[in-house]
Design a protein around this ligand. Sequence first.
Ligand code: M6R
Length: 612
Amino acid sequence: MCGIVGYLGKSRAAPILLEGLRKLEYRGYDSAGIATIESTGDLRVERSVGKLRDFEATLPLDELDGLVGIGHTRWATHGKPDKANAHPHIDSSQSVAVVHNGIIENHRDLRRELTNLGHNFRSQTDTEVIAQLIEHYLHNDVPLHDAVRTCLNRLEGTYAVAVLSRHAPKEIIVGRHASPLVIGVGNEETLVASDVPAMLQHTKNFIVMQDGEMARLTNNHIDLITLEGEPILREAEEHPWDADMAEKGGFTHFMQKEIYEQPRAIADTIGERTTTLSSRFTLDELSEIDGKLSGINRAIILACGTSWHAGLVGKYYLEEIAGIPTEVDYGSEHQYRKALVDNNCLIIPISQSGETFDTLAAMRAAARGGGPVVAICNVLGSTMAREADAVVFTRAGLEIGVAATKTFSSVLAVLYLVATHLGALRTSISSEECSTLISNINKAPTLLEQALKQESTLESLADKFHNVLDFLYIGRGINYPIALEGALKLKEISYIHAEGYPAGEMKHGPIALITDEMPVIALAPQDDVYEKMLSNIEEAKTRDGLVIAIGFEGDSVLEGQADHFVPMPNCPRLLTPIVLSIPVQILAYHIAVQRGCDVDQPRNLAKTVTVE
Ligand code: M6R
């Protein structure tokens, strides 16, 4: 995690670094800092503990006139979140500054070696060894980029680094191994950052660095080389996102804005893929590997967090639409078990960021079995997108709120399309069924618009229940994953304990928890398990449970049975998880707001988990 940024150009670097860090704060917010080369030639380092706004409050911005600089926003791994451990880290002679995202696994050995050589360490971080090691190699006439290259070749673990030194005041040296890093190519200015949004104010042209690469950046030149020193030729590519996406656009929080963007996100995700509606629906992204796809006999979905919940819905789609037996595994679990994945198994890693460490590790482990890898992610150029055999991108646009919302529903839409493509390819659905499925998913944007109209009902429920200690979410079948997702949303942004449970399992234990102080959110659209859900709700009511039911509008039976009712538009069964994700997101959002929580930057979290 952590976000890094660098700038060289004609403008003062410090304000640009701050602006970039603002766009990267979703990656961590334990501390922040910048280093610049001032007009005097001095290396100046400023840093502080806490969020970026705390750093800005202490920063003497007007004093900083350097045109070159690097910055960092931290999610602490090694060393507690205090000022000494905040980046940039500097060497003993205070001539080299380093910002880093990742974990240096051999930092203890290097620290011991460098301490014996007389280097003076000031922090508990793994990163400081990089600054000290560069200092060690930066002697006599060795240029900065060579010293950095020698240093990087000694590191074990993961890193994206940017290095600044007063010995080379007009350049920044960067390197990448298993943590994302992108170079922005501007007009007489060059930027570098963990992610594209930090640079969109300045350029739309980017070079995505790959593992084992480093670069020497000046304001008008980029030397991209391997860690062995071999030159690499790679042109910059234009990115479709624009700077407005990183603004709140009148909403109070990014999360709220992103919830409201869902009709547009789903429309863009399904849009051009389904407009040429024919009886044999095809996803262009998959057509090149159709040969491999027609031979598979099962699938495994790999993901973490919210993406894993999307994967659970994907299991229903793949089994029901495409007739493919499907397993869903956590990235963090899959890589450490002896999973039986052969070349007849379709591997579907799901990741909004495309950079989640555990999902990437699981994808690589599963891919060793030889089966085709079809990734679903939201970020172009991400590691997952580059390594998979094929990618079906969500078109949700930039998501800044740490809690995933629009990317979740967009992944569900992509999974629906992938299942329909496979169903058509394997003729497990008829051409009429295929047309119906496609015409149904095209209704999703309108359905989501209608679902969003229930915000005031959900806000009053939040008003009533924001002080309770526990929530239970129950659902069955294809909406059981939405119960899990609703509970996760509430936990991560409001810090209320919540559990998601398959409603039919309640009587095997959790029903013992039910009291009138623990609201039960029951997801009960009129689908194939509706009657069963009514029974489960009744079981909760009989034990004094307080039920908030979310179901189809006009369902007077459900409304009569529950204590509170949230009506959702009536829709085809396979679309219910997409529609019901809206009320669980809005409820969590308003509960968190009413509790005074930092909705976009919840404690202890970072949006992209690039460490194990
Ligand atoms: O970028 P990814 O989809 O791989 O991220 C996976 C999880 O870290 C992520 O979904 C996390 O659970 C969200 N904060 C949930 O809102």
